[in-house]
Write a new protein. Sequence first.
Lengths: 114, 113
Amino acid sequence: DAMVIQNPRYQVTQFGKPVTLSCSQTLNHNVMYWYQQKSSQAPKLLFHYYDKDFNNEADTPDNFQSRRPNTSFCFLDIRSPGLGDAAMYLCATSRDLTGGTEQYFGPGTRLTVT
Amino acid sequence: GNSVTQMEGPVTLSEEAFLTINCTYTATGYPSLFWYVQYPGEGLQLLLKATKADDKGSNKGFEATYRKETTSFHLEKGSVQVSDSAVYFCALSAAGGYNKLIFGAGTRLAVHP
């Protein structure tokens, strides 16, 4: 089945220690998104890629970076995690950027910062 | 700016009860509207969507109608099951944007036998 895969499902990192979260997709979609969802809150878009074109949301902290080496993979890098970065990180894909196009979500990676 | 407001939860119902979760939105133009469901420990799954006024989205017994005049997209189900227990998010994707989803705060539904 075509799907969005996130690894690992659970990640523990130390305060200030860089961490990378991974997302892969078998849908061959052009767009990949990263959302942050803090406990009991709505998901919030951090950034997205359309092919290799990167678009950062205006309020995404500089501490968060992303890489998309090919169509299938996208990474979220947190350079110096703080306690406030503990959250569920959701990767999503869509065929294109047309409003109303369905986004397919992965299961998420729950990040704990100690 | 664009925003989504959902009724606060938790909503607690007995099995086979009728469900309504209210959702209203603020947006310029004609956004697309969605309901996503999140089961414990999992990512989001699209439940249903509507892309223009008066459209009705439906799936698994859930329905929602895009009401432009009241800027609403209320979720309904005639008879809930224990397996419907989850968090439900209303969301919009603004017209002319880049398909960015703006979510409401979510409504937790608990269904008891």
